[in-house]
Design a protein around this ligand. Structure first.
Ligand code: SF4
Length: 164
């Protein structure tokens, strides 16, 4: 199965702070989670993608949060620089890739203002999480693409098994 995966989860240094969120090498993941992740990588066609880099933002970059969660969306850095257009371009790029390649499922990084599928920061830069989706995750879900995060590898594996 074809799977879109957040580039940072694959170990690419594309995060805002110039680091990555590698599942395979991250200390916050258990050995069995890493093993499961490696199985998923080996058994499927992987498409690595970072919406924020694809949307034209540099690495490293200022952390950004979604300050308006309904249309018109507004995404800003802490200093209030508006980066909404970059986030929207990145989200559209992810959807275009899924449509072009027939990708029906994505594994995206949790809590990100682009990739988060269940929770995001509340737009006040105070580390408060709220229910909600990053702009890329939201666009993919609205277009019937299943989105899982790095803490939902078992659910992803089940989805692959059921839909292969
Ligand atoms: S936009 Fe997504 S892929 Fe890129 S660094 Fe943030 S969480 Fe990772």
């Amino acid at each position: 199965m074809k799977i879109l995966i957040s580039a940072c989860l694959l170990g690419e240094d594309v995060r805002y702070d110039g680091e990555n969120s590698s599942i395979a090498q991250g200390s916050s993941f258990t050995f069995s989670q890493k093993e499961l992740f490696m199985d998923i990588l080996c058994d499927n066609d992987i498409y690595s993608f970072c919406p924020e880099v694809s949307g034209g933002l540099p690495t490293p970059r200022e952390a950004a949060e979604i300050v308006s969660r309904t249309k018109p969306f507004i995404v800003q850095n802490k200093d209030k620089t508006d980066v909404t257009i970059n986030f929207l371009v990145g989200a559209k790029g992810a959807l275009d890739l899924c449509n072009e390649e027939g990708i029906k499922v994505a594994l995206l990084k949790s809590k990100s203002p682009s990739c988060g599928n269940e929770e995001i920061y509340d737009g006040t830069f105070s580390k408060n999480l709220i229910q909600g989706q990053g702009l890329t995750a939201k666009l993919l879900i609205e277009n019937d693409i299943e989105v899982f995060n790095e803490n939902q590898l078992n659910q992803l594996k089940k989805f692959i098994k059921t839909n292969s």
